[in-house]
Design a protein around this ligand. Structure first.
Ligand SMILES: Nc1ncnc2c1ncn2[C@@H]1O[C@H](COP(=O)(O)OP(=O)(O)O)[C@@H](O)[C@H]1O
Ligand SMILES: [Mg+2]
Length: 252
């Protein structure tokens, strides 16, 4: 189904205008359907015909600022220390420059993290194409079935210790790149063909700039440990203390 058609099979959601750019630049040729709708973004399945058959991708489209049920964004920018005082003033006063700056940084965050982490060898989706208000990434699933979230795969995990070690290996790798996920939980880890994949990075932060990052890291580790407590009892405080100490000593 191409961009121009108004509805998609199995639903009444039209292909969003934001995806037009990827039809135009040849990244995709078909809109499939909505995969998931969240507070800040909708994830769609899209595809392109290729030599090896139809290739599926996930397209994450951020909602417009009016539709977004987000916590105070000004606070987010202040804690992240991303801007200089003059820029923060412009954002606070909602000048044209301020609005542009805010939106530009807001929407590019996730792709910046994905690109960097993927290059560092992390288990995150490969970035296929990044646009202004959306991006296309590697899709875990096929035409019929999507990857389960860790929380949904609870009864199917064959090697829980291996899965746990892999999530922790990723958390450590993120930290080595000065990135704390900040919303890590069994809802933002996919389990696909025995592999874990970490997704959903818009709220990630840099511990060198965000003083809350240390607390966020501990919370991330706790969330993952709590999930695996079904099999044994990992000690989140010990894992966090060890990781944080090595990070601070530059020994990662
Ligand atoms: N690359 C992907 N491959 C397969 N499923 C995905 C992918 N990205 C997202 N999803 C699915 O879409 C859901 C929402 O994506 P996510 O990035 O977590 O956005 P949010 O939680 O902000 O709505 C995920 O829980 C997952 O089920
Ligand atoms: Mg999510």
């Amino acid at each position: 189904m191409n961009y121009n058609e108004e509805t998609c099979p199995g639903g009444d959601v039209a292909c969003p205008e934001a995806l037009r750019q990827y039809f135009d630049n040849g990244t995709i040729d078909t809109y499939e359907r909505v995969l998931s709708e969240g507070k800040e973004a909708v994830v769609h399945i899209v595809s392109k015909d290729g030599p090896g058959g139809r290739q599926y991708y996930a397209a994450k489209v951020y909602k417009k600022r009016e539709e977004r049920g987000f916590r105070n964004r000004a606070d987010y920018f202040v804690t992240q220390n991303l801007f200089q005082r003059r820029q923060l003033l412009a954002i606070g006063k909602k000048t044209r420059f301020g609005k542009w700056l805010e939106e530009a940084v807001w929407q590019s965050r996730e792709t910046v993290y994905l690109r960097e982490l993927r290059a560092a060898g992390a288990d995150v989706p490969a970035l296929i194409s990044a646009g202004a208000d959306s991006f296309i990434m590697e899709y875990f699933g096929d035409g019929q079935e999507r990857a389960l979230k860790l929380v949904e795969a609870r009864n199917e995990i064959k090697d829980p210790r291996g899965a746990f070690m892999n999530v922790m290996r990723n958390v450590e790798l993120f930290l080595r790149c000065d990135i704390v996920h900040g919303d890590l939980s069994p809802y933002n880890v996919l389990y696909y063909r025995g592999r874990v994949v970490v997704i959903d990075f818009p709220q990630a932060s840099d511990p060198r700039r965000n003083p809350n990052a240390q607390a966020l890291l501990l919370r991330d580790i706790r969330n993952i440990c709590a999930f695996f407590a079904k099999w044994w009892n990992p000690d989140p405080e010990a894992i966090f203390a060890d990781m944080w100490a090595r990070y601070q000593m530059n020994e990662m």
